[in-house]
Design a protein around this ligand. Structure first.
Ligand SMILES: Nc1ncnc2c1ncn2[C@@H]1O[C@H](COP(=O)(O)OP(=O)(O)OP(=O)(O)O)[C@@H](O)[C@H]1O
Ligand SMILES: [Mg+2]
Length: 327
């Protein structure tokens, strides 16, 4: 393909994809390869998650996509525009909620929104109308005149999201949006992001919380050491790997005997006795549960209860990297 044909092809892809990267790379001065050849496509209206542990390269990736970090290799298009060629145009089309609080503490809640709207070219009356609309929408109306520093963590984060959306960006970026929030504020933010997604907002977020990625994201890229290890919907990711299913069985009878018996069932990798129940660890095998119950009965025990713990994104991550996300 000639250079211009490649460019046309890229643009065609970008029309369909709000974010498109090819071989996107960042090597920091000193030689650290923080992001290493990232290929990413995020469709319009999609809510997409970059999931990875500390230092995986999530913030560096968002930095490049939002023009704050200059790539050292590859291409990144946001809303069809090359971040390196025209960062100013990209900035107009994106909203960013960074990992740290960047609200202006010398301003009130409303002023934070007003200044942002004015910065993006709205007239005074347009900015006031938009700020009031956002304050209502994000349940901050009663705090409009308050100083930013008096807001709770959850409110401050809602204000950051409101500000990021003030100029109706094509893509909303959020870097670890719920880290440090209390559980209730975290749920409230999930709900808010779910609403934005339902309205068609394209969202890319980073997280190191697997439950967050699982619950919120249509597709997830699992990142470690600057590379994507796996990419797909949470359920695809969980299906694709030999992630472990745990079957916990309560029964009357000798549990040690039961554990040994269940260990013979095909697909079971190991068993143990834990908290007065037998646990069988297994790959995802069709028909596993009835076979386990049958085997238990043949071993002379009466099964009183069975529960199944499905693989989670955590077990997927462990299967991919051999380590825990929190390590
Ligand atoms: N300005 C910089 N100069 C040199 N190295 C950097 C710079 N910023 C980040 N790094 C390094 O690049 C790697 C990726 O960092 P990055 O902040 O992108 O990871 P992250 O996935 O966002 O991590 P966290 O979960 O801690 O936010 C890390 O090893 C980090 O120390
Ligand atoms: Mg980060």
């Amino acid at each position: 393909m000639t250079g211009s044909a490649a460019a046309v092809d890229r643009r065609a892809t970008a029309i369909e994809h709000r974010i498109a990267t090819e071989g996107l790379t960042k090597v920091y001065p000193g030689g650290l390869r923080a992001v290493d050849g990232l290929d990413l496509r995020v469709r319009g209206g999609e809510i997409f998650g970059l999931l990875g542990p500390n230092g995986a390269g999530k913030t560096t990736t968002i930095g490049m996509l939002t023009t704050r970090v200059v790539p050292t290799g590859g291409v990144a298009l946001v809303d069809g525009i090359d971040v390196s060629a025209d960062p100013v145009a990209v900035k107009r089309r994106i909203g960013v909620v960074p990992q740290t609080n960047t609200l202006d503490r010398s301003l009130s809640v409303r002023e934070n929104l007003l200044f942002h709207c004015r910065y993006f070219g709205m007239s005074g009356s347009q900015a006031r109308a938009r700020a009031d609309e956002l304050l209502g929408r994000f349940r901050l109306a009663e705090r409009g005149d308050a100083k930013v520093e008096t807001l709770s963590g959850g409110m401050a984060q809602r204000l950051m999201v409101a500000r990021a959306l003030a100029h109706a960006p094509a893509v909303l970026f959020l870097d670890e949006p719920t880290t440090g929030l209390d559980p209730q504020s975290r749920l409230a933010l999930w709900e808010l992001l779910g609403e934005l997604h339902a309205e068609g907002q394209t969202i890319l977020l980073t997280t190191h919380a697997m439950d967050e990625a699982d619950r919120l994201c249509e597709r997830v890229a699992i990142m470690d050491a600057g590379r994507i290890l796996a990419l797909g919907s949470p359920s695809e990711l969980k299906r694709s790997l030999e992630a472990e299913t745990i079957v916990t069985m309560q029964a009357d009878g000798d549990l040690e005997v039961l554990a040994a018996a269940l260990g013979d069932v095909p697909g079971v990798t190991s068993t143990d006795v834990h908290d007065g129940a037998v646990r069988a660890f297994a790959g995802r095998v069709a028909g596993l549960l009835p076979r386990l119950v049958l085997r238990a009965e043949r071993a002379g025990t009466t099964v009183t209860d069975v529960s199944v713990t499905e693989p989670t994104l955590e077990t997927v991550f462990i299967a991919l990297t051999g380590k825990d996300l929190r390590e």
